[in-house]
Design a protein around this ligand. Structure first.
Ligand SMILES: CC(C)(COP(=O)(O)OP(=O)(O)OC[C@H]1O[C@@H](n2cnc3c(N)ncnc32)[C@H](O)[C@@H]1OP(=O)(O)O)[C@@H](O)C(=O)NCCC(=O)NCCS
Length: 293
């Protein structure tokens, strides 16, 4: 069998501007949807708007580095580097289906990795959808290492109360304790995201025996949670009003929590791999990552 080498295309990588969000959002939707269709999976983003809104948010966020690839003056792909924490998070990366497999993705990855090096970011991470063979291979070729597998869990909210574990909205007074907990579990804080989630009213803390034993910036694919134990995490998950699509990410090595989710009727949307480059420390505690890390 002969496999033809794909023809490369001439693209220019530049920083994204607000005017790019609609086209970059449409491409993000199409790129993920076409891959999901090929593999018989449901769409990650149910509509074009569901993909375009986060792209618009990312392009306009002052602490996110955004790039687009242009071919003959037209946007054909985009990528992002979330610089809100010690660790920078890559993605979502997407290339117009008509321009895929021609090294545009590699150039978009090179651009954000160059930025991370320039800023001396201690580490970069992402969560990669496990059935996407091409992105898995591309990231590995760029030096990234798989650290673990995570199931996106979705379904009806659980809406249970765990006696002795009180969940309440987080306030600015909790910020320091939340960041300290994250440092204890992961070795670094995610202070930028924590501050934004408190401001937005989506952050929750769980209190057990009179002290904060866990927090979530939201139980969702796009947010993270850190706790001392699985019971703290269960309390946070149990009180969430919805999980969104494709659902929140559960480490598969945390077999107890994964089974607990299944026992509560939640379903696996797909499995993702965490991939890292640079600083990485095995977590010491219970946690749910975001799609970034
Ligand atoms: C993932 C994506 C951004 C990659 O962009 P792309 O332009 O198609 O990819 P590229 O051509 O730059 O790179 C693909 C690399 O993987 C290699 N590759 C592709 N399929 C492979 C496979 N099955 N096994 C091994 N290597 C493979 C290619 O040879 C190429 O490597 P090279 O640069 O050393 O030649 C693009 O396919 C896309 O938009 N996919 C849909 C959205 C998505 O999956 N986003 C990532 C979510 S985790």
């Amino acid at each position: 069998m002969t496999i033809e080498a794909p023809e490369r295309v001439n693209v220019r990588i530049r920083e994204a501007v607000d005017a790019d969000w609609e086209e970059a959002g449409r491409i993000c939707y199409e790129a993920f949807a076409s891959l999901a269709d090929q593999h018989g999976f449901p769409h990650d983003f149910p509509t074009v708007a569901a993909a375009a809104e986060p792209i618009r948010w990312l392009i306009n966020h002052p602490r996110v580095y955004s790039v687009v690839a242009e071919r003959d003056g037209r946007v054909v792909g985009s990528n992002f580097l979330d610089e809100r924490g010690t660790i920078s998070a890559i993605g979502p990366i997407s290339v117009d289906p008509a321009s895929q497999d021609r090294h545009v993705g590699r150039l978009l990855m090179d651009a954000v990795l160059a930025r991370a090096r320039e800023r001396q970011a201690p580490g970069v991470r992402l969560l990669q959808i496990a059935y996407h063979n091409r992105s898995l291979s591309l990231y590995a070729k760029l030096g990234m290492q798989v650290r673990g597998a995570f199931a996106a869990m979705h379904g009806a909210p659980i809406l249970e109360r765990l006696p002795g574990y009180d969940v309440r909205p987080a306030t600015m007074d909790d910020e320091e304790v939340m960041n300290a907990l994250c440092v204890r579990v992961h070795g670094h804080a995610r202070a930028g995201e924590v501050r934004e989630a408190i401001d937005a009213g989506s952050a929750r803390v769980v209190q057990h025996l009179g002290r904060i034993s866990g927090y979530t910036t939201r139980i969702s694919y796009f947010a993270h949670s850190v706790a001392e134990t699985n019971v703290d995490l269960r309390a946070l998950i149990s009180e969430a009003e919805d999980f969104g699509t494709p659902g929140f990410l559960v480490p598969l090595e945390n077999a107890d929590l994964f089974r607990w989710c299944l026992d509560r009727g939640l379903r696996v949307f797909f499995v993702t791999n965490m991939m890292t480059l640079g600083l990485y420390q095995e977590p010491e505690g219970a946690y749910l990552p975001s799609v970034g890390y």
